[in-house]
Ligand binder design. Sequence first.
Ligand SMILES: [Zn+2]
Length: 221
Amino acid sequence: MREHEAAVRALRQTVADLHTELTRYDLVTWTAGNVSARVPGADLMVIKPSGVSYDDLGPESMVVTDLHGELVEGDFAPSSDTAAHAYVYRHMPEVGGVVHTHSSYATAWAARGEPIPCVLTMIADEFGGDIPVGPFAMIGDDSIGRGIVETLRENRSSAVLMRSHGPFTVGKDARAAVKAAVMLEDVAKTVHFAYQLGTPEPIDRASVDRLHERYQNVYGQ
Ligand SMILES: [Zn+2]
């Protein structure tokens, strides 16, 4: 823990700040939703405390756990979704950030158990295809984490809609996972509207591949 002190301090601030994005984009209500970040090079993560109001979240209220969800540092109990985040970090070494929300449109797709089809360039860019549905899983053991990992391994997507529950998103860091959560809700809403008007057209696989490749490797700074 000591050798990672500076990294943990910085991530406490980063993870606290990123929670304000969940409220800014209207992805959460009450105390639901959480962001976590892996501490690079350590078997540790920084995550939101359980049941603390978004208005009261600051760097000092963030919690540090190991990658089995055991408390390492912090004044509060970790988020009730800690086991799921920890499972993802243990099994997906490329993931540096995890986000969970019950954002309305994405969760409506999860309630229907229906993948969001890749009918927009933005979906191809960010998610590389249809946004998949994960299994129904009970809270309290590894089953949510296992469902997330099994579903994401079969897809390029950075988001999974856990059936009858809501979305989990991942990224190379916590900011990328938050961005995926924001973009997910945006496309979930737009595709919902598209279905009110008729049946949206899927993008062909070759174009999806080209868009995803370009966005992931060329786009941006
Ligand atoms: Zn949840």
